[in-house]
Design a protein around this ligand. Structure first.
Ligand code: PAF
Length: 273
C-alpha cells in the first residue's frame, strides 16, 4: 500500500493509470462500516484509494473536532489489511490555504435536519468532497447510507456540477444489537451505549408499523418519539428520497431519519423504505 499526503503527488501518481478507481473518503477512526465500503470498492474497481482526513471545515465552533477519535496507526493497518492500494493521508495545510473558494450547500436541503442543528456543516462537507474528488478523479466514490443527508447533497453536487464520478450508496452496518456503526460510538460508556439502542429501536418500531400498513407520518413519528424517551431528540423526520417531508410513507421513496443526543454525543440513524 502506498501512502501519499501531497494532493499533487497523488494526482500525478494516478494520472496515467487507465484503470477504474474506487474511492472511499473517510475522517479516520475506521470501523467495520468503512471496511465494508472498502470491500465494495475493491469488488467493483481495479484500484482502491482511501482518504483519511479529519476535515476541520465541517465542524462548527464548539463541536468535537478536538476530541474526534484519531487512530492513525490503526487506520493504516486496517487499510493495508483490507487491500487498499493507496492511502491518501493529507494534513490540513495540504488541503486548505487562506481566503478560499468554497461550495455552498443548497438553501433548503442543506439547512434542514442535520443542517438545522449544524448550520454550515454541509458547506464544509461539500467543499472537502469536491476537493477530494478532484484530487482522486475516481470512477466511483462510496458513501454510507447512515449519513443520508450528506449522501443526498453529495449526489446533488455531482449532478448539478456535471461531475463524472458515480456516487455509490452503501448499506449501514450495525452491531448485532442494532446500533449503527459510527466513529462517535467510541464516546459512549456502557450505560450510554445501552441508551443509544433506543435510536435503532425507534426505527425498528417505525418499520414494523409500515409493515402493518400504518403509513401516516404523524402516527409513526409519535411512536418513534415514545421509543426515544428520554433522549434529547434533535430531529425525527420522514422524508422522500429527495429530502422533501412526507405526510405518508411512500414505499420505495422514503427515508425515516433520527438524530438524538446520548449524553453529549449526537448519533444519527435512518432506514430507507
Ligand atoms: O462522512 C464522512 O466521514 C465525512 O463527512 C467525509 C465524507 C469523509 C467528508 O469529510
Amino acid at each position: 500500500m502506498k501512502i501519499i499526503s501531497n494532493p499533487l503527488e497523488l494526482k500525478e501518481y494516478l494520472k496515467d493509470k487507465n484503470q477504474s478507481i474506487g474511492f472511499v473518503p473517510t475522517m479516520g477512526a475506521l470501523h467495520n462500516g468503512h471496511i465494508s465500503l472498502i470491500k465494495k470498492a475493491k469488488a467493483e474497481n481495479e484500484i482502491v484509494v482511501v482518504s483519511v482526513f479529519l476535515n476541520p471545515t465541517q465542524f462548527l465552533k464548539g463541536e468535537d473536532l478536538d476530541k474526534y477519535p484519531k487512530k492513525d496507526e490503526a487506520d493504516k493497518k486496517i487499510c493495508e489489511l483490507s487491500g487498499v492500494d493507496i492511502l491518501f493521508f493529507p494534513h490540513a495545510e495540504n488541503i486548505y490555504t487562506e481566503d478560499e473558494v468554497s461550495i455552498l450547500s443548497p438553501n433548503v436541503r442543506g439547512y434542514i435536519l442535520e443542517g438545522t442543528s449544524r448550520p454550515g456543516h454541509f458547506n464544509g462537507v461539500l467543499t472537502v468532497v469536491m476537493k477530494l474528488l478532484n484530487i482522486v478523479s475516481p470512477t466511483k466514490a462510496y458513501f454510507g447510507k447512515k449519513d443520508a443527508q450528506q449522501l443526498h447533497l453529495i449526489s446533488l453536487m455531482v449532478k448539478q456540477f456535471f461531475m463524472s464520478v458515480e456516487i455509490i450508496a452503501a448499506e449501514t452496518i450495525r452491531e448485532s444489537d442494532g446500533l449503527a456503526l459510527s466513529s462517535r460510538n467510541a464516546y459512549l460508556d456502557k450505560t450510554q451505549r445501552q441508551e443509544a439502542l433506543k435510536i435503532s429501536a425507534s426505527l425498528h418500531a417505525a418499520s414494523k408499523m409500515v409493515t402493518q400498513k400504518i403509513l401516516n407520518s404523524d402516527e409513526i413519528l409519535k411512536k418513534m418519539r415514545e421509543h426515544l424517551e428520554p433522549l434529547e431528540i434533535s430531529y425525527v423526520e420522514i422524508v422522500s428520497r429527495d429530502f422533501i417531508p412526507l405526510r405518508h410513507v411512500e414505499i420505495g421513496n422514503t427515508i425515516i431519519l433520527v438524530e438524538a443526543k446520548v449524553a453529549q454525543t449526537r448519533l444519527l440513524d435512518n432506514i430507507w423504505l
